[in-house]
Design a protein around this ligand. Sequence first.
Ligand code: NAD
Ligand code: ZN
Length: 392
Amino acid sequence: MKAVCWFGKEDMRVESVPDPELLSPRDAIVRVTSTAICGSDLHLYGGKVPSMRKGDILGHEFMGEVVDVGRGVKNLKTGDRVVVPFPISCGSCHYCKTERYSLCDNSNPNAWMLEALNGFAGAALFGYSHMYGGYAGGQAEFVRVPYADVGPKTVPGHLSDEQVLFLTDILPTGYQAAEQCGIRSGDTVAVWGCGPVGQFAIQSALLLGAERVIAIDRFPDRLAMARDVSRASDLVNYASDTDDVVETLKQLTGGRGPDHVIDAVGMEAHGTDAYSRLESGKQVLKLQMDRATALRQAIQACGKGGTVSVPGVYAGLIDKFPMGQLFAKGCRLVGGQTHAHRYVQPLLERIERGEIDPAAIITHRMRLDEAPHGYSIFQKKQDRCIKIVLTP
Ligand code: NAD
Ligand code: ZN
């Protein structure tokens, strides 16, 4: 089969590789009908995530048709059309039983690698390095789905692939980011990053009762999508509108700061001040894994008693963390990989009711063969690229 393989920093290739096979009774094989490139894949593409090996198959946003099932999988049959959440979860450990699927204790055979880094390991992820389990991903014609009795969910035939594909990751991720803020009706929420995750965080914050959502980015096309598609009420272009985002947010909120803040940027934040430049240098020299400009601003801007919600991915220790501010304002900090399984059904219902139209953020449709070009334009934010869907 054909698959999108990682060969090194900014070196993706579409290769012919062996078809996957059932390895356990709880596996299924899915023929991929649609897959996408996620902002998280850019951290792999940029060489920011350790434990990648040449030839690794990427992709953790995918859906398709079940073509083979192990004898232990009773809830699926050949021919079912499924979406597959990006964390791989056993369904029976302490964390899965409490619906915290991305913290699964059993799915990652290489848990020791993450434990060496962080002390603990969460769930394995599809196509996301050896420290996250070394499982092949779904930017391919076929994929092996472990614990197939837990992850895949069948989707109704009247919804198109484009309407349901993002249930696998970015839609639940934006939703969880907003949900964990504990928004009360009338609140103001600020969202850093108008990529796909930011777009769904904005939409979700509004669905959950926010009165205003302030969207922050530097790309006009992404800000325009935040306004026109996601319905953000205020836009801040941090490159052209202000040289002090925190102060601007204070002014926009009567001096109080946003009630809650969401960092939908993560470890590769862009920044132009001296400290951001220093951090970029330290990342290149591997003295620091993350560039935390957006996170710092979010903590500084958050109003008293608010939540700092962090769907953006971080990998290691960061310097100059404004702990005193977080403490003085009584703010709550919460992040992590999304417990995607938990949200598939409720968000599917919202899609069916027309409350969310996930397909509206798609800017590019390509064949799987064109994935290397897709990675390049998505990373460089060229050609107004915001979200790419690939079809094998
Ligand atoms: P993306 O790269 O398309 O979007 C990131 C956006 O942040 C860009 O529009 C960029 O211009 C903007 N940005 C960069 N620096 C900024 C700054 N200083 N201030 C404001 N905006 C800034 O990626 P995406 O797909 O939207 O993903 C966003 C983040 O969410 C990534 O870190 C990704 O890894 C993470 N993610 C996490 C989960 C999870 O489970 N927690 C799941 C999916 C994605
Ligand atoms: Zn992702």
